[in-house]
Design a protein around this ligand. Structure first.
Ligand SMILES: [Zn+2]
Length: 227
């Protein structure tokens, strides 16, 4: 399937998804390559497993609203905890979008993008797992996985869309995208449909978000950062 309609890129109706096990759903073409990559990693002693996969619009909105209301911790791009009550509306919005996408604007809506970790190595570390950069760097439980991905993910069609921080989305070494499949969703993506979906939703801070949406779309959805 290569024809992507509005509801599919917005994560509102994705009936092509297939069961990837353990509650995860993926685009069928992505599951095939993911399974092959997982087997190759296992052969090299790495237990590559999914943390997140497909997530729909409502789920993304629930995450966003929790953060907007102060029911979940907000971090800056360096991963430091922010004092919620001291933030302006603008600061709050940017802090949320550094780590969580707008509903309708997440690559996780497509079934093409995944967050991965080394499950066995994390269990052996006996430390709480927080999905932070340090866990994927030297001395972190997912360092071997990160190095393995660097050398091997392209063979299976994956790349890291959030490889560097440009002033938009934070660096996410765990987030992989299936390039050839995701390209179709990227082409379908547009500001007008996103604005319509958000205006029809129950998102908190709606009026403010809509007033800022052209900027937010470029900076975070397209992840062009501050350029
Ligand atoms: Zn992700």
């Amino acid at each position: 399937m290569h024809k992507v309609d509005i509801e599919q890129w917005l994560g509102q109706h994705n009936d092509y998804l297939v069961d990837a096990g353990h509650g995860h759903f993926l685009h069928p073409e992505v599951l095939t390559d993911f399974t092959a990559m997982q087997n190759a990693a296992l052969h090299d002693g790495i237990d590559l497993q999914l943390v997140s996969s497909y997530r729909d619009f409502s789920r993304q909105m629930a995450i966003f609203n929790r953060k907007w209301r102060g029911d979940a911790t907000l971090l800056n791009a360096e991963g430091q905890v922010l004092n919620f009550s001291a933030l302006t509306q603008e600061e709050k919005l940017h802090a949320i979008l550094t780590w969580s996408a707008l509903p309708g604007g997440s690559r996780h809506h497509w079934g093409t993008d995944i967050d991965v970790y080394d499950k066995q190595a994390v269990a052996q570390s006996q430390q709480p797992f927080n999905l932070i950069c340090a866990e994927y760097e030297k001395n972190g439980p997912c360092y071997s996985l990160a190095c393995w991905l660097e050398s091997n993910m392209a063979t299976f069609g994956f790349y890291r869309p959030f490889d560097e921080y440009k002033g938009g989305v934070a660096r996410e070494p765990w987030h992989l995208s299936h390039k050839s499949t995701a390209t179709y969703f990227e082409k379908a993506r547009n500001l007008d449909d996103l604005a319509h979906a958000i205006s029809q939703s129950d998102i908190d801070g709606k009026a403010y978000i809509l007033s800022q949406l052209p900027l937010l779309y470029t900076r975070y959805v397209l992840n062009n950062g501050r350029d």
